[in-house]
Design a protein around this ligand. Structure first.
Ligand SMILES: N[C@@H](CC=O)C(=O)O
Length: 305
């Protein structure tokens, strides 16, 4: 299966039953729906939206297997690789391969968020995970306001390494976006650059090959259109889609932290009839009373239901 993510790669939620267990029937419904949409290029499971770090290792394996089964080979399943240490992250990547994952999205080591990273450590993390698991990897560029954001040289070094084929860019600093992407593109024209700015999709859609976003798990159809409009440099069309989606964007991604957005994604899927509940695992918390109705109304306004 070729790894061409030049289009929409949703990062779906992990459905739970009302009593908090993994809902495999829900995964089947969600995965087969998303995987069957023309323009969906892959699914990234066990990311932030997928509550990947809230699952046990066995659960992670079973979630990957269930998503692989659900898409029936239509699209690749890409696993979030999130463990803090490189040794355990490489072990996690090997388990993901066994479960059927075709690629990995490598998260920064958690401690870097607070303390920053030693020079060379991110490059080494990608090298080790790829060498030990064989997984093709996606570089995850964190926001500029974290200490786990990679400077330009670190990004260039990582994407020069064997096995790194794409970048999920969530830098949220337009100076860096405007100046770093052209340099990376010029040096590595084959690298697939994907936006993950769920809340700024219009503004980042004209410089990328695609989008790797949780938003894609609830509104794949208009996002596929928006990616096409971005590639055609058709601002009017992209703006129209943005405006249509704004009630949903506000209700999912402007409602508080990005983490709260994960809970909202589940309510949006309830509104679409894909999930039957919005159960999440702690530390996520249920949304305030009435949020389900606000989200359902927004989904109606955006013509997604
Ligand atoms: N869109 C988010 C969610 C992460 O996985 C981001 O920017 O990182």
């Amino acid at each position: 299966m070729s790894l061409d993510l030049r289009g929409l790669t949703p990062a779906p939620v992990t459905p739970f039953t009302r009593d908090g267990e993994i809902d495999y029937a829900g995964i089947k419904k969600l995965g087969s729906w998303l995987g069957g949409i023309d323009g969906v290029k892959g699914l990234v499971v066990l990311g932030h939206a997928g509550e990947g770090t809230f699952l046990t290792s066995d659960e992670q394996t079973r979630v990957i297997e269930a998503f692989v089964e659900s898409v029936k080979g239509e699209v690749p399943i890409i696993a979030g690789i999130t463990r803090e240490g490189d040794y355990v992250a490489a072990e996690e990547a090997k388990r993901a391969v066994k479960a059927g994952a075709t690629a990995g999205l490598v998260y920064p080591s958690h401690g870097w968020l607070r303390f920053g990273y030693q020079e060379g450590a991110p490059q080494e993390r990608y090298r080790r995970i790829h060498e030990e698991s064989g997984l093709p990897l996606i570089l995850f560029q964190y926001p500029d306001n974290t200490k786990a954001t990679y400077n330009l040289q670190t990004q260039l070094d990582i994407v020069s390494q064997p096995g790194v084929f794409a970048m999920k860019n969530g830098v949220r600093n337009m100076k860096r976006w405007d100046t770093e992407i052209p340099v990376i593109r010029a040096e590595y024209p084959e690298l697939q650059i994907l936006t993950c700015h769920d809340e700024y999709l219009l503004h980042t859609m004209f410089d990328v090959d695609g989008a790797l976003v949780g938003y894609g798990g609830i509104a794949p159809e208009p996002l596929i259109e928006m990616i096409k409009a971005g590639k055609a440099q058709d601002y009017a069309k992209a703006r129209e889609l943005h405006d249509r989606l704004l009630p949903v964007t506000k209700n999912v991604y402007h409602r508080g932290s990005h983490m709260e957005g994960t809970v909202a994604l589940k309510w949006a899927l309830v509104a679409r009839g894909i999930l039957d509940n919005a159960t999440v695992r702690a530390p996520l918390r249920p949304l305030a009373e009435g949020a389900d109705k606000q989200i359902a109304d927004a989904m109606h306004q955006a013509k997604l239901v």
